[in-house]
Design a binder for this molecule. Structure first.
Ligand code: NAP
Length: 536
């Protein structure tokens, strides 16, 4: 496995003028300017976050109290009234301008994402692409998705029914640290497009990427107060978000999601939960082995495996297992780990010490219980404090933590199978159901196997990118992977209340004056039967 010179990272520790002392990162002044966008003059002290590449401080962040987070809602409520009165066509124009700004100024945010998350530049670019695709999708389609729809009325011709959509009000969005630009865009932009105001709590570790998108959205024409960013720990301001929002969009771990769902239920507020996964890949006996091995490398190790849809379990037909494993391990060992803010490294660092602890614990538990480490299995402190090698395990058994628990890191287990039904059963055998991948030379066969997997998205001859990039199609999880969907029509309609407006003309839905009720019910029964034959 190739690596960067340790000297690179050591040198960075003296470069305190940049964010986290990361060479080439934006200046600390730029970070302070972005932080000035945080609403509220919190005077409760700050918290410091570190750059994963160096361990040096990024910035000291203002942290809201519960009262300060609640105060953000009164401003947001006021802003929502005027924002919802802005015609949808104008909201769309703002999103299309935002798409241009994101693409034109991507270098700025690629630097910020790398400095905050430690991921490679190519992985950071996936975030830029997702944000731009999302802005363009809702920039083009919101009016059609939100527009009033004619519905079949109770009585043909005489009842005119239509469904109209109203914004929920203020949407509270809670975002994790792993895809700070993409997940901010995917959840915040459709909420705004639907005429809601947004109060967002990004993760402290990666708030600058969210603040950057906020800055660009305002440049594109969004009124500043329509989207408010509050910073603080979930344990301090989480209750305010749950209790003040008219909709809660949460992305994060399953335990936190379940806890919040219980709290939200008390208020009967609607919500979506985008949670964890233990995503499987099935390689069929007719798969192109080399392509599957290459696809698996991207599927398992993008963003150092800290991606909710990345693959952590691979089921390979015994007839191709040896060839697949050889190719997969060889390609994994060619990956270049590095901390540069350019495209020279394939894989970056983990994002936090907690991540490094979890990954080390999972691998050591597996090793201690008899798993074989085919490659990787160790930290690389000489590259930076949080680097960990892409790791391939085999001989993994159900007693091992890594078997069914989400690792959320660059660790994957390979299992052989002879019977496809057994492989599908194993793929479906965890509590999760977020994403899956199937490899076959035969597209129809691949899609048929995909439909048998219990997961919100399944990619055929791809790991996750095909579904992740298909913004027109819904994305989300089943079981412990979540409730609700982002993207597509679902991704914007979740932020609306539907209202049925039904107008009756002429005949009322009661007996005419003087008509015996029994006769009326007979006529109506005949009518209801006849209506079965109408086209709609
Ligand atoms: P997490 O600990 O649940 O945190 C996620 C966010 O929730 C953070 O901003 C966190 O802030 C906040 N939070 C924690 N407790 C809260 C509370 N009581 N009230 C309100 N907010 C609270 O998850 P994570 O470990 O950061 O993220 C990784 C997990 O997210 C993985 O399981 C991954 O699979 C999942 N994920 C899912 C998707 C998806 O689309 N399905 C996408 C990305 C990530 P604080 O830490 O400051 O409290």
């Amino acid at each position: 496995m190739t690596s960067t010179l340790p000297a690179k990272v050591t040198a960075s520790t003296s470069q305190h003028g940049t964010i986290g002392g990361v060479p080439g990162a934006p200046s600390r002044t730029r970070a302070q300017a972005l932080l000035a966008r945080v609403t509220g003059g919190y005077d409760t002290g700050g918290t410091e976050v570190q750059a994963p590449f160096t361990g040096n401080p990024i910035a000291t962040l203002p942290q809201a109290t519960d009262a300060e987070a609640r105060a953000a809602y009164s401003g947001a409520r006021q802003a929502q009234r005027s924002w919802s009165a802005v015609p949808v066509a104008e909201r769309q124009r703002i999103l299309l301008r935002l798409q241009d700004l994101v693409l034109d100024r991507q270098d700025e945010v690629l630097d910020l994402i790398q400095a905050e998350t430690g991921k490679s530049r190519m992985d950071a670019f996936d975030e830029v692409a997702a944000a731009a695709l999302c802005a363009s999708y809702y920039g083009k389609h919101s009016a059609k998705l939100l527009g009033a729809k004619r519905r079949a009325g109770a009585l043909p011709v005489l009842t005119r029914a239509s469904e109209v959509r109203h914004p929920k009000g203020v949407a509270g969005i809670i975002s994790p640290w792993n895809y700070p630009l993409a997940l901010t865009a995917l959840d915040v932009l459709p909420a705004l497009a639907a005429g809601n105001a947004v109060v967002q709590k990004p993760d402290n570790q990666t708030c600058l990427s969210a603040l950057w998108l906020h800055e660009l959205a305002c440049e594109a024409g969004l009124p500043e107060d329509a989207w408010t960013i509050v910073l603080g720990r979930g344990s301090v301001i989480g209750d305010a978000i749950v209790e003040e929002s008219d909709y809660v969009g949460f992305t994060g771990s399953t335990p936190t999601g379940k806890r919040l769902a219980g709290q939200i239920a008390e208020r009967l507020t609607s919500f979506s939960l985008e949670l964890g996964g233990k995503n499987p890949m099935i390689v069929l006996d007719d798969a192109k082995v080399d392509a599957a091995a290459k696809g698996a490398v991207t599927a398992c190790f993008s963003s150092a495996g800290q991606l909710c849809v990345s693959v952590e379990r691979i089921y390979v037909h015994e007839s191709v297992k040896e060839e697949f494993t050889r190719a997969f391990v060889a390609q994994t060992e060619r990956l270049r780990l590095g901390a540069e803010l350019d495209f020279s490294a394939d894989i970056g660092s983990l994002t936090s010490a907690d991540q490094l602890d979890t990954i080390t614990r999972h691998v050591e538990d597996a090793r201690g219980k008899g798993a074989t480490v085919l490659t990787g299995g160790r930290a690389r402190p000489e590259l930076g404090p949080l680097f960990y090698e892409p790791t391939v395990l085999t001989d993994v058994t159900p007693e091992m933590t890594v078997y069914a628990e989400e690792t959320f890191g660059p660790v994957v287990s390979i299992y052989g199978y002879t019977d496809l039904d057994e492989a599908v059963d194993n793929a479906n055998a965890t509590a999760y159901g977020l994403n899956a991948s199937v490899w076959s030379r035969n597209g129809a066969r691949g899609r048929a196997v995909a439909a048998r997997i219990r997961a919100g998205t399944v990619n055929v001859n791809e790991g996750f990118a095909a579904s992740f990039g298909s913004i027109d199609a819904p994305m989300g999880g089943v079981g412990d992977s979540g409730v609700g969907r982002r993207n597509g029509a679902d991704g914007i309609l979740r932020y609306t209340e539907s209202q049925t407006i039904a107008a009756q003309r002429g005949l009322r839905l009661r007996p005419f004056r003087g008509m015996p009720p029994k006769l009326w019910t007979r006529l109506m029964s005949r009518g209801v039967k006849a209506m079965r034959h109408l086209p709609r």
